[in-house]
Design a protein around this ligand. Structure first.
Ligand code: DQQ
Length: 489
């Protein structure tokens, strides 16, 4: 339990020597974490709540963990914010939800289980402790006419203010049809009127993207007249196919008119994102990075789950989303290697002898070429036995994360992932890579984001190398930084 700053520190210290435990991504002091919750920029502090099982590194009785940051980089552990409590509507767990500023009163709307209902809590002491609303649940389950087809799936309220109403979106599903987001409205936050489904998927269609059987964790972002819905798709019940989707469109007269949709984070490990709007007017997104190893390994390690980097999100004029890591992360930069104009012929590699670490940031700008395959190896052992490759194929315009050799341990994930990258003719390829022990995140030209997990076994798998494995490439510039850990332990 995070019952005091001292015990959080002791837990973090106890796990600090684990070579797979990230150093500059947020994660709890120990045990299990999943979705980001209740994101709020409040009086200059970023508040991050998260799905947390303080008792074991497995999904269990979900609490809300809590941390704050003044700068999006360094985090302070705070006491648990929500605890499932016998006799209340959240007795079986405090599942995901959101935070809002209700005219100066910090307010949470979250999922109580079981059954899945909407609960409300408020804070009178700057978000430190939370008072459970005695009239909970404020929504007692799906609307009667839809109840039978939802199978009780009704979770993760997202609330925003528009005109004279508060609106609430919640994830659900319709048996035999697909996922859906239900829309409610209220003037008070404690009494809600059901309006209609705002968006319904179709699990029988694969194109342009399969939208799965159930939707959860909705967010609605507003950019003038344009809206972006983000939600998370449960591919099929009882499967572990989980991925987030976006849909752009317009919200008029309480209806949503979709325009474009698609996947926006690739790699298979990023899930349940939540977004906050900060006082600079930016939408910042965090997602849960799932583990890519057996649960027994996480249990042995004493922790599971890590938060993604904070990512700025905005719609692009031609469709798709702009996705960039926040510039505040630059404060983590330490030793810097700077190189210009690196010519790589087929079969050649480039590195520096001392360019070895497992906490790194890289910016690589590559001139366009017709038919080349260029890449970066990370977590590479001196003999190459272990290595993870990020590869760009110019002919197919695809970026891949190749993990076949990422670990000598056969029981961790080794699958590859590959995604097409939109590029304008003549545009430089810009890879922005973050490596943090078992986390790899890659941003490509500010409009493609991949996140993956790797678990090298060898302590000397720290090498970094550029390579051309087909054709020749010209690297216009290469900047590599060692990044510092954010935990003072
Ligand atoms: N995780 C939470 C739910 C949410 C799911 C429970 C998504 O509220 O739907 O841990 O990861």
């Amino acid at each position: 339990m995070i019952d005091s700053a001292a015990s959080a520190y002791a837990q973090r210290k106890g796990l600090a020597s684990d070579p797979h435990r990230p150093g500059y991504h947020f994660l709890p002091p120990a045990n299990w974490m999943n979705d980001p919750n209740g994101l709020l920029h409040w009086k200059g502090q970023y508040h991050l709540f998260y799905q947390y099982n303080p008792d074991a590194p497995v999904h269990g009785r979900m609490h809300w963990g809590h941390a704050t940051s003044p700068d999006l980089v360094h985090w302070t552990d705070l006491p648990i914010a929500l605890t499932p409590t016998p006799g209340r509507a959240d007795a079986g767990g405090c599942w995901s939800g959101c935070a809002i500023d209700n005219h100066g009163t910090p307010t949470l709307l979250y999922t109580g289980v079981d059954p899945q209902v909407v609960c409300l809590a408020t804070s009178a002491d700057e978000l430190l402790t939370w008072q459970y609303y005695p009239g909970n649940p404020v929504i007692a389950g799906p609307p009667a006419e839809l109840q039978a087809g939802t199978g009780g799936d009704f979770r993760d309220p997202f609330v925003w203010k528009e005109g004279e109403y508060w609106y609430l979106l919640i994830g659900s599903r319709r048996e035999g049809v697909g996922g859906m987001l239900l829309l409610y409205r209220s003037r008070t936050l404690s009494t809600w009127q059901y309006l209609h489904p705002l968006l319904v998927g179709d699990a029988r269609t694969l194109q342009p993207v399969w939208t799965g059987e159930m939707w959860e964790c909705p967010n609605l972002l507003t950019f003038g007249d344009q809206r972006v819905l983000l939600f998370s798709v449960v591919g099929a019940q009882e499967s572990d196919l989980l991925y987030p989707l976006y849909v752009t469109g317009a919200f008029q007269d309480e209806q949503f008119y979709p325009q474009a949709q698609g996947m926006f984070v690739h790699g298979g490990y990023f899930y349940a994102p939540q977004v906050l709007s900060d006082d600079q007017g930016r939408y910042l997104m965090w997602g849960w990075l799932m583990e890519g190893r057996r649960s027994s390994f996480s249990q042995e390690a004493g922790w599971a789950g890590v938060m993604s980097l904070p990512v700025m999100v905005a719609p692009l004029p031609g469709g798709g989303l702009s996705l960039e890591p926040v510039p505040e992360l630059a404060t983590l930069r330490g030793h810097h290697w700077q190189d210009d104009c690196i010519e790589l012929e087929e079969g050649m590699t480039f590195s520096h002898d001392d360019m070895r670490d497992d906490c790194l940031e890289m910016l690589v700008a590559v001139e366009p070429s017709d038919n080349s395959e260029f890449g970066v190896k990370v977590r590479c052992s001196p003999d190459g036995q272990e290595q993870t490759r990020l590869v760009y194929q110019s002919a197919s315009r695809r970026i891949s994360i190749e993990r076949e050799q990422s670990s000598l341990n056969p029981a961790v994930d080794h699958g590859n992932c590959s995604v097409g990258v939109e590029a304008d003719p003549g545009e430089l390829l810009k890879l922005h890579i973050f490596l943090d022990c078992s986390v790899v995140e890659v941003f490509v030209n500010g409009r493609c984001y991949l996140a993956s997990r790797i678990y090298p076994e060898r302590r000397d798998s720290l090498g970094l190398e550029l390579f051309a494995r087909k054709g020749s490439v010209r690297v216009r510039s290469l900047d590599t930084w060692r990044l510092a850990s954010i935990w003072n332990i």
